[in-house]
Design a protein around this ligand. Structure first.
Ligand code: AMP
Ligand code: MG
Length: 422
């Protein structure tokens, strides 16, 4: 049992959370419902794409050899013996001096080895027959979409754990997945704690504020693709909170509470973890905001105790709950993607803890820059709406000056497999 607060690094905290990672089960859903879900199996091409040589143009399928002497002055005339549209197959086999009129997407007729674009030809009629006039020579294989040029049978195209996007939907359809194997969504239970909290529809009252965290966390859970379940808000009452959390654990695969993890007289979460007999993985991280972010484990289930301060709550979810959920979905990129940008303001006051400043990236003279979105306080909520990145300012004895290259974590990208190891 962890009673006193031992400070650990963000990297250690992330590692501890992922020691309890689980993989979700598979379920089959219709392709129409699969947007944003995570693939439970890789997509492997079970046939060549395209499955046959086909015409990429409207024009004529011919034998290249028949055009070997064709010039502007001395064009060749090839007899048109048939016409094929996409989805139909030529019935005749072409012979010397013949051509088949062909449309985009139609299979190459037997014996033909080049497509001549319609715009480069002229049609004439003579003796009840039609001819195509071609005034240049072509090479065998010109203008053909070859069988397997897009994907060859047996190739793995998409790994499991990838989130389904419109391009992946196109592949699923190409390979006949009317039902798609996806990972079942974990249920993420959410409780907001705090006697000061009002519901969203309530009028403001003196000393009270509206509960924004549970809505924000619900939205973060949805954004990752998991299933939020909002249990409600709880007053700071030990017994009531203990009972509610015990019950919630029966339903949720993971439980998030906000508030009550600090050292105030009404911060009951630490005592609740103790009474539950939960194993507290950590309760102090060298980060700001959210140094009191706590994660405990009970019978293999994780309880995330996020700070009540909105900015700390937000960052705590992104750094710790998100990778757990992404791993549940078998994602190979569970962490926020890290890139570098130039810092556009001074943070000269040194801080011994690593800071995660809510920021917005943009381009200046072609290079990526980042600025904070408002006053960097863990209690601030308005700073979150415009943030698309977290600026990492590692703790130390010096501050950071405008113009420094810094690491930033992208909030709206799929992720990366970088796990805080340098
Ligand atoms: P706590 O972590 O419970 O000590 O709360 C820290 C700060 O966050 C306090 O100012 C709370 O009023 C505020 N807070 C707690 N929960 C919420 C919530 N659900 N929505 C908005 N602010 C909250
Ligand atoms: Mg509180």
């Amino acid at each position: 049992m962890l009673t006193k607060r031992e400070i650990i690094t963000v990297r250690e905290a992330v590692k501890k959370v992922l020691e309890y990672k689980k993989h979700g089960e598979i379920e089959y859903i219709s392709i129409e419902e699969s947007d944003g879900r995570y693939l439970a199996e890789p997509i492997v091409a079970d046939h060549d794409v395209p499955p046959f040589d086909r015409s990429p143009l409207d024009g004529f399928a011919i034998r290249a050899i028949d055009t070997r002497n064709a010039t502007l002055e001395k064009p060749v005339e090839l007899e048109i013996i048939e016409e094929v549209g996409a989805g139909t197959v030529a019935k005749k086999e072409i012979k010397e001096g013949q051509a088949i009129r062909i449309m985009t997407g139609a299979k190459m007729p037997e014996g033909t080895d080049v497509i001549v674009m319609l715009e480069l030809t002229k049609e004439i009629s003579r003796d009840q027959k039609k001819y195509v006039v071609i005034n240049q020579s072509f090479k065998k294989g010109d203008n053909i979409n070859f069988q397997g040029e897009d994907a060859q049978k047996g190739t793995q195209l998409i790994e499991r754990g990838r989130r389904i996007n419109p391009g992946i939907i196109a592949l699923l359809a190409t390979f006949g997945y009317a039902k798609v194997p996806v990972i079942k969504k974990p249920v993420v239970g959410i409780y907001a704690t705090g006697t000061e909290l009002l519901d969203v529809q309530e009028e403001l009252q003196l000393g009270k504020i509206r509960n924004s965290n549970s809505y924000m966390v619900t939205s973060q859970v949805k954004k990752v693709g998991a299933e939020p379940y909002y249990f409600g808000k709880l007053d700071d009452d030990f017994e009531r909170c203990y009972e509610a959390i015990t019950k919630a654990l029966e339903k949720a695969d993971l439980l998030i509470t906000t508030g009550g993890v600090s050292v105030g007289d009404y911060d009951f979460l630490p005592a609740i973890y103790e009474k539950l007999g939960a194993n507290v993985l950590f309760n102090k991280i060298s980060m700001r905001p959210g140094s009191v972010t706590t994660v405990a484990e009970l019978n293999g289930k994780l309880l995330f105790g996020l700070s009540g301060n909105p900015s700390a709550c937000y960052v705590g979810f992104e750094l710790y709950a998100r990778p757990w959920l992404k791993s549940y979905f078998k994602s190979e990129k569970p962490h926020l993607q890290k890139i570098q940008a130039t810092l556009m303001e001074n943070f000269t006051k040194p801080n011994s803890f690593t800071r995660f400043v809510r920021g917005k990236k943009s381009y200046q003279n072609g290079s990526l820059v980042v600025s904070s979105t408002g006053i960097d306080k863990s209690s601030n909520v308005t700073i979150l709406a415009n943030a698309d990145a977290l600026i990492i300012l590692p703790g130390g004895e010096k501050g950071y000056e405008k113009g420094t290259m810094v690491d930033i974590l992208l909030l709206n990208e799929e992720g990366s497999n970088w796990s805080w190891d340098k």
